[in-house]
Design a protein. Sequence first.
Length: 228
Amino acid sequence: MDARCWNRQHFRRNFISIYNRALKSYESISKKRGVTLHSETAHKQFLEDVKDDSRPWLLDLEKYAKKSSDDSSSAAEREVRTEHNLEKVQAGTAKGLLEIRDCSRGVYYLTADEIIFGNGDEVIIQESKNTTKSYILAWDDIKDGLFKLLLYSQLQELQIEKRSLTHCARLRLTGKFSGSLTLPNDDAVIRTFASSAGLRSKSITKLMWLNEELRLLNIKGIVEGTNA
């Protein structure tokens, strides 16, 4: 068997038993520590929904795929409807729900902070990271944004209502400074911007690192200050 076939077989044989062991472990922890955990009713119902009808100790892969896809779709739709205080939606933009299909016929439902429609069929898939307390966000926040956009930057084709679109992925960062800067850019331009914005050495280091990462990953970036 190749790796994919082996993984499918292993998943089918062992998923139910491992899941049940996890439930028993959580029950044991709850009793030993005297803490109340979430009800296991939903977990047991989940197992009922995905097990093989004729051999209940095995996982039904088709049921599991459908259940996971339905749950993923519902979660993505909820996220699209949720508004966060620091998500400053720009003119002509909105949260986006994307249905992504891979070469193995897998379907994944994901969201993007903003979908920006430009001229004609141009679209920007944007992930926004915001802070009101510092110049530039923490490393983990920046890397989280890059990780989410990496998938979108690799899309071979994007469509809306069967109409093909040209697209790019972009990371937007806001912080406590004035002005804006597009990335990737020349090092000299970044240093000039940093000086005029009053950024400190640690923030400049982050900007230089981010500039190179965006260049390597083929992702665009924009850094915007929130100070008037």
